[in-house]
Write a protein that binds this ligand. Structure first.
Ligand SMILES: [Zn+2]
Length: 310
């Protein structure tokens, strides 16, 4: 919301309970800046926080079931460079005026050189890691969980409850599953132990579909990983996480499979179901891997969907 709206809203004073939380913001915290972007859904203050991006180049192998020429044509048709794709990382901070909750955490200090901007942007938005009450995790890939723990072992959010999908925990923390995994996939299992091992006794495991914390309900969306979840925030915002990778490719072509989807067929089923729901219900959406601030709406277009940035 813009400055004028904010002043008008504050001028309305006590009656507008859902808005009064805005006054809890430090006076110096701007409404948005290049690395963070605030909006309101269902009485909750949502702040998109950028953690930078990675560049996939060349495109070979990125979409596992479409020719590179088709991928390049799809990018070009949307005004994007054809030989590469820039994939951003965008987390959400959900603030009800009492509690500060994160949805995913970014790459921490373990991402590519073009990432790792999360903490600076989070602080610029008026927050501090000590103020985080809860972290809600969508799945265990490093670009979503590495922000919980630095490379040197430091826990980043000292007083936060950590909530993870139960099937995600059961898969990645299973020694049997790790032993059975191909060598190239073992790193993800080891990283899950690095991040969650020291806090294992305190990690809370939620069932996909459950309300995780007040105002944030998980939506089962497995396929990308065995326990991958999306979220409905404030009853109105559908935060899709890795239901799609970059929407220019995978909302446009929901039948395309990104190489990171572990069960590509299940991921496609989840993707079609959630994009359908977002379009039919005209929900506000947020993507983890769309261009910042990664929020808008989704509409049906041809065989697929189109992401319409707000
Ligand atoms: Zn991801």
């Amino acid at each position: 919301m813009g400055g004028i709206t904010r002043r008008e809203t504050l001028g309305l004073a006590a009656g507008a309970a859902g808005w009064s939380l805005v006054s809890a913001l430090p006076a110096w915290a701007a409404e948005s800046a290049p690395g963070f972007f605030r909006y309101e859904v269902g009485g909750l203050k949502v702040t998109a926080v950028s953690d930078g991006f990675f560049v996939r180049k060349p495109l070979d192998g990125f979409v596992t079931n479409a020719p590179v020429a088709d991928v390049e044509a799809t990018l070009a048709a949307q005004g994007m460079p054809a030989g590469e794709v820039t994939v951003p990382f965008t987390t959400l901070v959900v603030d009800d005026g009492k509690r500060v909750v994160l949805i995913d955490t970014g790459t921490g200090d373990m991402g590519p050189p073009t990432a790792g901007t999360w903490m600076a942007n989070f602080r610029a938005a008026g927050y501090a890691p000590e103020r985080v009450d809860a972290v809600v995790v969508s799945h265990f890939h490093g670009d979503h969980v590495n922000g919980l723990r630095l490379k040197d072992g430091t826990s980043v959010f000292p007083k936060a409850e950590v909530h993870v999908p139960a099937p995600e925990w059961d898969f990645w923390m299973s020694d049997d599953k790790m032993a059975a995994a191909p060598e190239r996939a073992k790193g993800n299992f080891q990283n899950a132990r690095r991040v969650f091992g020291p806090m294992a006794a305190d990690v809370r495991r939620y069932t996909p579909g459950a309300e995780v914390v007040t105002g944030i309900t998980s939506v089962a969306a497995h396929g990308h990983t065995p326990g991958h979840c999306a979220f409905v925030v404030g009853g109105k915002l559908l935060s899709l996480q890795d239901t799609t990778n970059h929407p220019a490719l995978f909302a446009t072509h929901p039948g395309w499979h990104v190489l990171f989807d572990m069960d590509a067929q299940a991921a496609e089923t989840s993707r079609r179901r959630l994009l359908d729901m977002a379009a039919a219900d005209k929900m506000r959406v947020s993507f983890y891997h769309a261009p910042f601030p990664a929020t808008g709406t989704v509409e049906r277009k041809g065989e697929g969907f189109r992401f319409v940035p707000a």
